[in-house]
Design a binder for this molecule. Structure first.
Ligand code: MF3
Ligand code: CO
Ligand code: CO
Length: 266
């Protein structure tokens, strides 16, 4: 077993190449399921299709068996903040769902999630999803050598709270690479100039969760599903990124341009 390093690993060119492959596959899987997310499908069926997609391409679902997690992906609907377990829940018109995939490709992890609209979604829900994507992007755009994780968190928090949303504090982004979760812990709130100083070659995720109501969550008896305490809507987007010499690289961008819902052939 590799021990988690105390300091983030500074990765080299070979690791960047491997992460580009893992990230591309991660984005391709989210692109692939896009057309399947509609009223009537169950979250379990989406999970099954993702499992098959992994197998077909020689990849492994990172979540399956991770600390006992029973499925290949996470599906978090409406007031579920994160780690929703796929199952018999039928998606219905007006739902919003976060689908989070974390495949292992040749030993390297990609990790990305997007929000999807199920049929016709309320303006309030669409605004939340758009704000969450923008919050993630503002955090990512703050990534560069010499900047700090506090700068990243502050960019996210100031934007989201400025719109009246709350930021979930109990979960954050994480270092990633040959392991799914490692240092650093990436907070989605913070103060400029505080926290870890970024260096080219660091890999981590940025994955803010925004709620319409309060930031508090509670874990259900299944041990995984995290729900907003006040049952307000929650949204999340996630990318896996690297710090580069000049700024950042996003490994998990959609090659189809599926950045913000509604996605589609356009
Ligand atoms: N993809 C999740 C993340 O963003 C983790 C999934 S592992 C699970 O960190 F066990 F929680 F499903
Ligand atoms: Co993650
Ligand atoms: Co994830």
């Amino acid at each position: 077993m590799l021990k988690h390093p105390e300091q983030p690993i500074i990765h080299g060119a070979d690791a960047f190449a491997a992460m580009r492959r893992a990230g591309r596959f991660t984005a391709d899987m989210l692109d692939y399921i896009t057309d399947l997310v509609k009223p009537g499908i169950t979250t379990g069926e989406i999970d099954r299709l993702c499992y098959e997609f992994h197998k077909k391409h020689g990849a492994t679902p990172g979540p399956l068996g991770f600390h006992g997690y029973p499925k290949s992906i996470c599906t978090s609907v409406n007031d579920v903040i994160c780690h929703g377990i796929p199952g018999s829940r039928v998606l219905k018109d007006g739902d919003i769902i976060n689908i989070d995939v974390t495949p292992i490709v040749d030993g390297w992890f990609g990790d990305s999630s997007r929000m999807f609209y199920v049929g016709n979604v309320s303006k309030q829900a669409r605004k939340l999803c758009e704000a969450t994507h923008e919050a993630m992007m503002r955090g990512i755009r703050a990534v560069k050598p010499g900047a700090t994780l506090g700068d990243v968190g502050h960019a996210i928090q100031s934007y989201a709270e400025g719109l009246g949303y709350s930021i979930v504090r109990d979960f954050g982004g994480h270092g990633i690479g040959r392991v799914m979760h490692t240092v650093p812990h990436v907070l989605h709130f913070g103060a400029p100039g505080k926290g870890l100083r970024l260096e080219a070659g660091m890999f981590f995720t940025v994955e803010p969760m925004l709620n319409i109501g309060g930031p508090e969550g509670k874990t259900l008896a299944d041990g995984w599903t995290v729900l907003t305490c006040d049952r307000s809507l929650s949204a999340q987007f996630e990318h896996t990124v690297a710090v580069t010499d000049t700024g950042y690289e996003i490994f998990t961008l959609s090659s189809k341009g599926y950045h913000l819902p509604p996605y589609g052939p356009g």
